[in-house]
Design a protein around this ligand. Sequence first.
Ligand code: SF4
Ligand code: SF4
Length: 152
Amino acid sequence: MLKKILDKSTCAKCRLCCSFVQSDAWETPVFTKTDFDYNENWFKKYGYNSHTLKFEFKDDAEIKLCPYLNENTGCTLSEADKPFDCKIWPLRLMKKNGRLVIALAPICKGLGEKDITKINELLDSGLYEEIMKHAGEKDIIKEYNDEYILIK
Ligand code: SF4
Ligand code: SF4
């Protein structure tokens, strides 16, 4: 959903959002599509009707790649099958003091504070409504923390 404002070549060199360390394992995408044809060995149950990737880390330094990542070509899932978390990354739907907010992940090298105007333009052109269609899906809403950049 953010392809219009993310530079493909930056993402190709980065792949940060498809790799995880123990401390950011809570960021692993949540798969909510019930008819998704997934490999059960890769997943663990997350919420009532959702799953997330199952990683077992040896130590804090170990990096695990999402099993759907092809390191040369990127994500191997279709747009339809990609989890919502990945579709809107580096934006996140979060809860701050009980209110739903949209925040920007600070670790993304492709978008940062300097890009807030163009992120807001994209949100105002329909993305905000698209994201808010998921406002009822508790499993995908993360608790806001101050490391994130508040957008809306
Ligand atoms: S973290 Fe940002 S720059 Fe890196 S691959 Fe993900 S979207 Fe692209
Ligand atoms: S599902 Fe695709 S976009 Fe999401 S973390 Fe895995 S490889 Fe990356």
